[in-house]
Design a protein around this ligand. Structure first.
Ligand code: ZN
Length: 146
């Protein structure tokens, strides 16, 4: 038996036991594994402890690292979800939109998108409040552009 921590597209995480490690790869694409919270079948494996060493000490370190990575992964997934749910994706128009909102030309709302380093610097100099969003925190789905 092997235990996996899985994460669904809505960032729910749950544990599931398989009889062998190839089970996930066989069952997931067929939609046989579903999130117990939202019944989504879009699930991904969480980060597993690497099994590269026989030394107990190394294993212990690896498992701590994996745990930390997993926690980060989970936290990042939740933040991505928050951003996706609460902010509008404006893509390359980010600088224009941020400026329009800053100067009151458009109603106040939370947005995210892409800006070049120059655009970001200009916005900062104009006093527009922006924050860089690391890749890991960027929602994957960028389809909310309209
Ligand atoms: Zn779910």
């Amino acid at each position: 038996m092997i235990k996996y921590t899985l994460i669904c597209e809505k960032a729910h995480d749950f544990e599931i036991w398989f009889s062998k490690s190839s089970d996930f790869d066989e069952q997931a694409p067929k939609g046989l594994i579903e999130c117990p919270y939202c019944r989504s079948t879009k699930v991904e494996k969480g980060i597993m402890a690497p099994n590269v060493s026989t030394s107990r000490k190394k294993d212990a370190i690896a498992s701590k690292q994996a745990k930390a990575a997993q926690m980060m992964n989970k936290a990042a997934a939740k933040i991505r979800k928050e951003i996706e749910d609460n902010c509008d994706y404006v893509g390359a128009k980010f600088a224009d939109e941020a400026r329009a909102i800053h100067y009151g030309e458009k109603p106040e709302r939370a947005i995210y998108g892409e800006a070049s380093p120059d655009e970001a610097a200009d916005l900062h100099n104009e006093g527009v409040e922006i924050a860089p969003l690391p890749d890991i925190l960027s929602p994957k789905s960028k389809s909310k552009q309209n």
